[in-house]
Design a binder for this molecule. Structure first.
Ligand SMILES: *[C@@H]1O[C@H](CO)[C@@H](O)[C@H](O)[C@H]1NC(C)=O
Ligand SMILES: *[C@@H]1O[C@H](CO)[C@@H](O)[C@H](O)[C@H]1NC(C)=O
Ligand SMILES: *[C@@H]1O[C@H](CO)[C@@H](O)[C@H](O)[C@H]1NC(C)=O
Ligand SMILES: *[C@@H]1O[C@H](CO)[C@@H](O)[C@H](O)[C@H]1NC(C)=O
Ligand SMILES: *[C@@H]1O[C@H](CO)[C@@H](O)[C@H](O)[C@H]1NC(C)=O
Ligand SMILES: *[C@@H]1O[C@H](CO)[C@@H](O)[C@H](O)[C@H]1NC(C)=O
Ligand SMILES: *[C@@H]1O[C@H](CO)[C@@H](O)[C@H](O)[C@H]1NC(C)=O
Ligand SMILES: *[C@@H]1O[C@H](CO)[C@@H](O)[C@H](O)[C@H]1NC(C)=O
Length: 660
């Protein structure tokens, strides 16, 4: 989705348009065929096997949901009265290294689409290649930065287009059997994503259209843009149905007013109606839950769309989780970004752990009221919510030191090497330098051109400060170095920026997604030469080390616990929210599965631990591993560190112990 801050701004713009009289939409059928196609549209309606089809849609992205729960979430979508599911898919998970395709497990999109068909739902694919979506770099793989000759993403840059085309064609090959013309659930594919908010390279979007047309034969294509003139001008594509998002009145009016090319006209679709907004990390950023006023607006807008015979997709129906290190970040200004939380709860009708909410019940009632009696009868009752499990405190003991563990890749050079040049996408890079000047120096440390994104600064093993891109003003750390001193900069990728407006005049972070250190490190203006750059992608945890780690820096902790199998076999009874109450900032794995980041500042204070990750039974040990990045800040960490599973989740904000 578009940055929600801008959404608010644009909604205000759209209100100014809402008084305008709607244009008359009477263009001829854009696609006609002698045989009745499985799915198409005329000037006013989507047509499923020739009959008018109103999309009552909601978004959920399979790659944010444990695959064991896909069928459950889809059944609950159908039970809310939805008939269509909209899904982004994430290129960076499907093609983690260039040319390496991973469609297993949570990336098995064709399986998700088949399950959707079983649940009685149609699906709309939103493959990007750029999807925004509060995901790392909007779904772009970090290796794009290393592709020879690639200058500009989201453009007709030949090297970018070649990579994007290869991705879309490979994805299409997986999904061939799931398309509506082949009897499957997939009815429509989006071209790019809100491209008009970013640019106006029509050669690029036309190339994507042609690739998708050829790769998904007979499947309807559409674009989705903000409902204002310049976004529609930049984002709509000849021959492709133009949809709008945000406030439906403003969006539909804008579609009628500004989309004058008949080949882009057709039924009105609000492709992203926001229910509600993602959370991002920050001491003053509370968790989003819909207020009564917001809920009333959602119900009114949904009813407006449905009663007008138009189509809609609720963004999100179910947000899910940014498992691993997959969250994106919101751009704020040149040096300031706000990373999104591990949870992508979104305040959505189906919460992060797949339980229905009060909003779900109210939206369901609104939808059912608008259905014909036969359609209403076909909507199943939603299942009752299963309580979450509580897990007694698990003692965590340190078992390995990050600084003592072997990096994935390391290189020595005069200057620091970026994370991407090390062949790494996510995680940490440790930069080490032995000061070899002839006299001591003291001054402000600059970790390259800016903090990318959070830099823990150590001199001779002692943490002397934190520079962090989330801070409103650049945090400065002053260091003193004598000849022979050991300087270590541990740099964490907090999530690449996923949204950037063409209106922004400063450095474009979609074109500058580099992490680690870029440029020279200076202290008081003196450039330091001679660096070892060590990559820690955190794709796995270190193997057990029996010696208690000594020295400084982040520590890996480990604990074990047993759980009983649920008597009825329903693994969602084991769902819990894992908290590390004394932790400052770090990453948690259970049985090798990375639940994501925690951070004391909140609002997220516990991580969704899905039941299927656990091993059940008297003899089967579960292992929780915690990487605490700042163990020196955790009181008596070496003895009292614990993890605990909460049945009732609490959201809270706390002061940042590292704030400048
Ligand atoms: C589109 O098709 C529907 C269903 O057949 C029909 O009711 C409607 O009149 C058609 N609209 C136009 C503009 O042809
Ligand atoms: C995807 O899921 C289907 C259905 O479960 C399965 O047959 C197929 O092997 C899976 N693909 C991969 C790559 O795991
Ligand atoms: C599509 O279905 C056919 C026939 O069942 C099968 O042979 C083929 O492997 C399937 N293709 C994919 C990509 O699943
Ligand atoms: C960004 O950081 C750089 C380097 O610390 C500084 O020179 C510049 O003024 C900062 N810009 C903003 C907008 O804060
Ligand atoms: C390790 O880093 C070096 C230096 O940046 C790079 O040339 C090399 O390709 C990297 N190795 C891998 C496996 O990515
Ligand atoms: C310090 O080390 C760097 C990198 O090895 C080297 O380029 C530089 O000449 C050294 N400086 C001194 C004063 O020895
Ligand atoms: C085990 O821990 C010790 C002490 O921290 C460390 O020196 C050693 O390198 C570690 N071994 C491995 C294999 O990580
Ligand atoms: C599991 O533990 C029980 C009780 O300790 C023991 O009787 C049984 O043999 C064990 N089973 C396995 C597979 O180890």
């Amino acid at each position: 989705m578009r940055s929600f801050l801008l959404t608010a701004l644009w909604s205000a713009c759209l209100w100014t348009l809402s008084g305008a009289s709607p244009g008359v939409d009477a263009s001829p059928t854009p696609t006609t065929s002698a045989d009745t196609p499985a799915f198409t549209y005329n000037a006013s309606s989507f047509l499923l096997h020739g009959a008018s089809y109103q999309m009552i849609g909601g978004q959920m992205d399979p790659q944010r949901i444990p695959p064991a729960y896909w069928a459950d979430r889809l059944a609950k979508a159908r039970a809310m009265g939805l008939n269509t599911v909209f899904s982004y898919v994430y290129w960076n998970l499907l093609e983690p290294k260039q040319g390496i395709w991973d469609n297993s497990g949570g990336n098995n999109i064709s399986h998700f689409f088949s399950l959707a068909a079983t649940a009685g739902l149609h699906v709309v694919l939103r493959p990007g290649p750029y999807i925004c979506g509060e995901r790392e770099w909007g779904g772009f793989p970090a290796w794009l930065t290393q592709v020879k000759g690639l200058q500009t993403v989201r453009s007709h840059d030949p090297a970018f287009l070649a990579a994007a085309t290869s991705y879309l064609e490979r994805l299409a090959a997986d999904l061939r059997n799931t398309t509506a013309p082949n009897g499957g659930a997939l009815v429509m594919v989006q071209v790019e994503n809100e491209y008009g908010s970013y640019g106006k390279d029509h050669q690029y979007t036309a190339a994507l259209r042609d690739t998708l047309r050829a790769s998904f034969p007979g499947v309807v294509l559409y674009t989705n843009d903000g409902g204002v003139d310049w976004t529609l001008a930049g984002g709509s594509v000849p021959g492709v149905l133009a949809a709008t998002d945000g406030d439906p009145r403003g969006g539909f009016n804008a579609r009628r007013l500004y989309v004058t090319d008949r080949s882009m006209q057709g039924p009105l679709l609000d492709g992203e109606y926001y229910t509600l907004a993602p959370d991002f990390w920050g001491t003053t950023q509370p968790h989003n839950v819909p207020t009564d006023g917001q809920t009333a607006t959602f119900l009114r807008d949904l009813d407006y769309v449905l009663s007008g015979g138009n189509s809609i997709s609720l963004y999100m129906f179910h947000g899910g989780t940014n498992f691993g290190l997959s969250n994106g970040a919101l751009y704020r200004n040149t040096n300031v970004t706000a990373p999104f939380t591990t949870s992508y709860d979104y305040g959505a009708p189906l919460d992060e752990s797949g339980r229905t909410t009060a909003l779900y019940t109210q939206l369901r009632r609104t939808i059912l009221r608008r259905l014909l009696a036969a359609e209403r009868a076909a909507v199943p009752a939603p299942p009752a919510n299963i309580p979450h499990m509580a897990l007694p405190a698990v003692t965590l003991t340190p078992y390995s030191s990050l600084f003592a563990s072997a990096p994935d890749n390391s290189t020595e050079a005069a200057s620091p090497v970026t994370m991407e040049a090390l062949g790494q996408a996510y995680g940490l890079v440790l930069y080490e330098h032995i000061y070899n000047g002839t006299s001591p120096i003291k001054g402000v440390l600059h970790p390259g051109d800016r903090a990318r994104d959070r830099v823990l600064v150590y001199v001779n093993g002692v943490c002397v400060g934190v520079i962090d891109s989330t801070y409103e003003r650049p945090a400065t750390v002053t260091v003193s170095l004598k000849p022979g001193d050991h300087l270590q900069l541990l740099v964490e990728n907090l999530g690449r920026v996923d949204y950037f407006s063409q209106e922004a005049t400063t450095a474009n972070m979609l074109l500058d997604p580099y992490k680690g250190i870029r440029g020279d490190v200076t202290v008081g203006g003196t450039v330091l030469h001679g660096w070892e750059s060590k990559g820690y992608p955190l794709e796995s945890t270190p193997t057990a080390n029996t010696s208690t780690p000594s020295g400084s820096g982040p520590l890996f902790y480990r604990g074990t616990f047993l759980v009983d199998a649920p008597t009825d076999g329903d693994l969602s009874r084991l769902d819990t929210f894992l908290a590390v109450p004394a932790g400052v900032k770090g990453v948690v794995w259970v049985n090798g599965f990375c639940l994501g980041r925690y951070w004391v500042i909140g609002p997220q204070q516990s991580l969704h631990l899905p039941g299927p990750v656990l091993r059940t039974g008297a003899n089967l040990t579960n292992e929780v591993v915690v990487l605490e990045l700042e163990p020196e800040t955790v009181v008596s960490a070496k003895t009292t560190f614990t993890a605990i599973g909460l049945a009732d989740r609490v959201w809270a904000n706390h002061p940042d112990p590292d704030a400048p």
